[in-house]
Design a binder for this molecule. Structure first.
Ligand SMILES: [Zn+2]
Length: 295
């Protein structure tokens, strides 16, 4: 009890001390593209400056912000994925940091993309994803979070609703796109992506009235599939947005007419083969199991 009583005081003192470390340049500046993760460590003179004892209101008060995961293999994997994802869209890296909470590990079961150009990724979500679905799940979640960065940068999505659903579905689409692209995760078969998604979506919420609503599981499946299909083409973020909602909304609302995507006739010819399938994913006629069998 004494230890518990004293801990908040100690944590408070550390927070004051470490906030300046959190805000110093070496902590805030994203690594230069040519830098590897080893350099990020060298940038930090000692362990104290590597860790910030107050993250923000979205994380538990005992959580800490850090530049590394539990070992360098995990850290290097995530940093290299971050570089690949950002460069796929022609961007330099956002600030990727990890959040750990040794006293309440599960409180870090979250990943947050901030409008200030930062992505904070919890230890708990990383290690659960890795153990249940492998590296591809973390690549997918990171690509989804980076999708929100693209939305901040380019003022997307072009569609708005009373909930965050278009933002979330498009972020799922960005993730599906990244996993397929040859200069991205380069996963040409859909099965692995579908399996990764089934884990990632279990993290999403299903309350249609909640402002943070991510879309129903069938809607999210069709978003991932659509992103994967668009991964056949090299698109800018804005072109991705245009095509994503052209097909997503068109299929959902039944307003899609073959051959009307006059801006992208080649994409339209390709996509026309998949309209029926997308419809069946979206309305649940294609089950989660069948979804994993798609080519
Ligand atoms: Zn999201």
């Amino acid at each position: 009890m004494k230890v518990n009583f004293k801990f908040p005081l100690l944590a408070g003192a550390l927070a004051v001390f470490s906030l300046s470390a959190c805000n110093d340049d070496s902590m805030e500046n994203p690594a230069l593209p040519e830098q590897q993760t080893e350099n990020a460590k060298i940038d930090q003179p000692n362990a104290l400056e590597k860790v910030c004892y107050y993250v923000d209101q979205y994380w538990s008060s005992s959580s800490v912000l850090t530049t590394s995961l539990q070992n360098s293999t995990d850290t290097n994997f995530m940093n290299s994925q971050m570089t690949k994802i950002a460069s796929l869209w022609g961007r330099s890296n956002p600030t990727l940091r990890f959040v750990n909470d040794p006293s309440n590990f599960n409180s870090t079961y979250n990943a947050i993309s901030y409008s200030t150009g930062k992505i904070y990724y919890g230890y708990a979500i990383y290690y659960d994803a890795k153990s249940k679905g492998g590296d591809i799940v973390n690549a997918m979640i990171l690509a989804h979070e980076y999708g929100h960065q693209l939305q901040y940068i380019f003022g997307l999505p072009s569609v708005s609703e009373s909930t965050a659903r278009p933002n979330e579905l498009e972020a799922d689409g960005f993730a599906g796109y990244y996993l397929r692209r040859p200069n991205g995760y380069n996963q040409s078969s859909f099965a692995q992506i579908a399996a990764a998604y089934e884990f990632a979506q279990s993290i999403g919420d299903y309350q249609t009235t909640s402002p943070g609503h991510h879309g129903t599981p069938p809607q999210r499946r069709s978003a991932v599939r659509l992103g994967f299909l668009l991964g056949q083409y090299d698109l800018s973020a804005s072109a991705f947005d245009y095509n994503f909602f052209y097909y997503y909304q068109g299929v959902l609302n039944g307003t899609y007419k073959m051959g009307k995507n006059s801006q992208y006739p080649e994409i339209d010819a390709y996509m026309s083969q998949y309209i029926d399938e997308l419809k069946k994913i979206q309305n649940g006629e294609i089950s989660a199991e069948e979804f994993k069998q798609l080519k």
